[in-house]
Ligand binder design. Structure first.
Ligand SMILES: Nc1nc2c(c(=O)[nH]1)N[C@H]1C(S)=C(S)[C@@H](COP(=O)(O)OP(=O)(O)OC[C@H]3O[C@@H](n4cnc5c(N)ncnc54)[C@H](O)[C@@H]3O)O[C@H]1N2
Ligand code: MOO
Ligand SMILES: [Mg+2]
Length: 418
């Protein structure tokens, strides 16, 4: 008898994966290696930014009160008593109608409360004149206006991007606490598989899933150990899966998860005593995506069909990896778009179409990226999003509002909303 699997909703599958995702420890690394890592501690301001009141322009630091009444007809003259380049300090307090020449970023001298831009001055023998008055605080950057000592600026579980690096450097973090990155294992199963360098033979195809998954991991900054390709041999595959679980934090396999005679992954999970979280999801492609857990290690049994494999990774493996690193926003980011073409095929399950989205004057518009069956590989290459078409008995019309999941983004979403 052919086994009948009970499908679960996508949201339930995502929830189960996240519930079984372990959290990895943190480690301390040098700042120059921090780009792309997940913050393992919040960034808390260790001082005010800027740390002192400073000039926002190249010009003259003055007392605003001295400029009152300045006009074209009655310019006000100032006498220069010194110069302050950025990094230097003007010690002497300003007296009446006195000014320092000051550069952008230089600390404001005592008594000065405004800066006249160079362009607004006319040079004189011992200083300059101005033809417009200034208000107190004009053209001054204030101590603490950007960040205040003790403020939590970035939460832990945030991906470190170049701006985050700037902030870390601002506060003198020569070393940063980040989450450890998991090491993934990848194994492609299938007797039909050839290596990328092999010539085609009847009945055989090249392994595209293995390199694709490696690239999906690389896009997240995650490295892997590749266990290459295995023929559909249950004993040999079991041994490799066992070995891989010793050497890696989690394992991704492709192929062999359906009900075919050589689909051995379900039997391998059983042999190993792994708990299968689900083996059927109400989605297309990738309905047979299977996730199992053994101890604290997740085993992602992605489908062999390339589009199903790709989608399974993005929907389940990706948030789990982010979860292991304590990400605040582990899920694919989501926006609404207008469907730019009809998609006539109805589906009893939610369909994730490889699509191309772009911003237009009317807002985001997404179209399917071509041939879109589960076995498609070309549409994965063309796509930059997944268009989500909810289950239903009718096709989908151009102009409908749809959810799209953005691929390849630095920032994720905090919740799974579909
Ligand atoms: N009787 C049924 N048949 C199938 C069902 C089902 O429910 N009942 N599900 C179908 C669906 S849906 C999918 S998806 C596939 C899932 O297949 P498997 O995950 O078991 O994968 P394989 O059988 O090993 O391969 C499927 C397909 O993908 C090609 N493949 C495999 N590995 C790779 C690779 N590394 N790179 C590129 N392409 C790969 C393989 O040659 C097959 O064409 O099952 C349906 N069948
Ligand atoms: O599960 Mo299959 O990928 O739907 O076509
Ligand atoms: Mg199969």
């Amino acid at each position: 008898m052919v086994e009948i699997r009970k499908p679960i909703p996508v949201s339930e599958a995502v929830r189960l994966v996240m519930e079984h995702t372990p959290t990895l420890d943190t480690e301390i690394i040098p700042l120059e290696k921090a780009y792309g890592r997940m913050l393992g501690e919040p960034i808390i301001a260790t001082h005010d930014v800027p740390p002192f009141n400073r000039s926002a322009y190249d010009g003259y630091a003055i007392r605003a009160e001295d400029s009152q009444g300045a006009s074209k007809d009655s310019p006000v003259a100032f006498r220069m008593i010194g110069e302050i380049g950025a990094g230097h300090v003007g010690e002497k307090p300003l007296g009446e109608k006195e000014a320092y020449r000051i550069m952008t970023g230089a600390i404001m001298p005592p008594n000065a409360d405004a800066v006249v831009m160079l362009e607004a001055t006319k040079g004189t023998e011992n200083g300059f004149t101005i033809q417009r008055s200034l208000e107190k605080d004009d053209n001054v950057s204030f101590k603490g206006e950007d960040a205040q000592n003790g403020e939590v600026l970035i939460e832990k579980g945030t991906v470190i991007h170049p701006g985050t690096v700037a902030l870390l450097a601002t506060f003198g973090y020569a070393e940063v606490t980040v989450s450890k990155r998991p090491v993934a294992g990848i194994l492609a199963t299938g007797t039909e598989l050839l290596d990328v360098t092999d010539e085609l033979e009847p009945g055989k195809i090249r392994n595209s899933n293995g390199p694709m998954i490696q690239a999906q991991l690389a896009r997240m900054g995650i490295s892997c150990r590749s266990y290459g390709m295995m023929e559909d041999n249950i004993d040999a595959c079991t041994r490799i899966v066992e070995e891989a679980l010793q050497e890696t934090d989690f394992l991704i396999t492709t192929g062999g998860v359906s009900v075919g005679d050589y689909d051995y992954l379900p039997a391998i999970y059983e042999r190993l005593g792994a708990k299968v979280l689900f083996d059927k999801i109400m989605m297309r492609p990738g309905s047979v995506t299977t996730v199992a857990v053994l101890g604290d290690k997740l085993l992602f049994g992605l489908s062999g069909n390339p589009s199903a494999c790709f989608t399974g990774f993005e929907l389940y493996t990706r948030p789990a990896i982010n979860g292991m690193m304590g990400a605040k926003k582990p899920y694919l980011p989501h926006i609404y778009a207008t469907l730019g073409e009809d998609y006539p095929k109805a589906n009893p399950y939610t369909r994730f179409i490889r699509g191309i989205w772009e911003m237009t004057e009317e807002g985001p518009v997404a179209v399917p990226a071509g041939f879109n069956k589960s076995n498609a590989v070309s549409s994965i290459a063309r796509g930059n999003c997944l268009i989500v078409l909810p289950r239903g008995s009718k096709g989908y019309k151009k102009g409908m509002k749809v959810d799209i999941l953005l691929l390849g983004m630095e920032q994720g979403a905090e919740t799974w909303r579909l």
